[in-house]
Design a protein around this ligand. Structure first.
Ligand code: SF4
Ligand code: SF4
Length: 183
């Protein structure tokens, strides 16, 4: 009987303590949550970077990335050269009703075409509206936070060095023309 009474008192103590404690509930949507910048809210597509390599669609465990494309051929610029073919993106869609937010597509994309945005306010009344086509995925790019600053003590990436060498070559004046002409 004594133990039952002490348990009741302990319970009431907890109830009382929480009654007078200030609430920590955020009143969403009046108060927006402060999410870390790298939160997995929605996936944004930078279309220019996409080469239609299909890696993301193949690796997605939920099969919720849909890509359609066609090939276009650019004729060779010089005689005897080879024509060049390009993949042109017709459709890129992600079905967020199936997406598991696992980030595999973003990790495997070799061309940085997919990015996480912390935006999460895209609930819909109709589940089919959770299929975001490429125009909508592109719009999310505006909400992707900039990458963190580079470590000033870090080694310079070899890509920057190569780009600097290429730019210096382009900026160099052309070799002087021999007035006597070719021998
Ligand atoms: S986050 Fe995962 S489930 Fe969602 S589209 Fe990317 S790979 Fe598929
Ligand atoms: S992995 Fe990247 S480049 Fe390849 S299709 Fe997907 S988004 Fe495009």
């Amino acid at each position: 009987m004594t133990r039952l009474g002490s348990g009741l008192l302990a319970g009431l103590k907890v109830t009382w303590r929480n009654l007078v404690r200030r609430s920590v509930t955020q009143h969403y949507p009046d108060v927006k949550p402060e999410l870390p910048p790298r939160s997995r809210g929605v996936i944004a597509l930078q279309e220019e970077n996409c080469t239609v390599c299909m890696l993301c669609a193949r690796e997605c465990p939920a099969w919720c990335i849909h890509i359609d494309s066609h090939k276009e051929v650019t004729p060779a610029e010089v005689e005897g050269g080879r024509d060049r073919s390009h993949n042109m993106l017709d459709r890129f869609a992600i079905d967020f009703s199936l997406c598991m937010y696992c980030s595999i597509c973003i990790e495997v994309c070799p061309f940085d075409a997919l990015h996480w945005s912390p935006e999460f306010e895209y609930a819909e009344h109709d589940i089919t509206d959770l299929v975001h086509e490429k125009d909508r995925l592109r719009e999310w790019m505006w909400t992707v936070p900039p990458p963190p600053a580079l470590d000033p003590a870090g080694e310079e990436p070899k890509e920057i060095k190569a780009a600097e060498i290429a730019a210096a070559k382009r900026a160099a004046p052309p070799p002087p023309v021999d007035p006597a002409g070719p021998q």
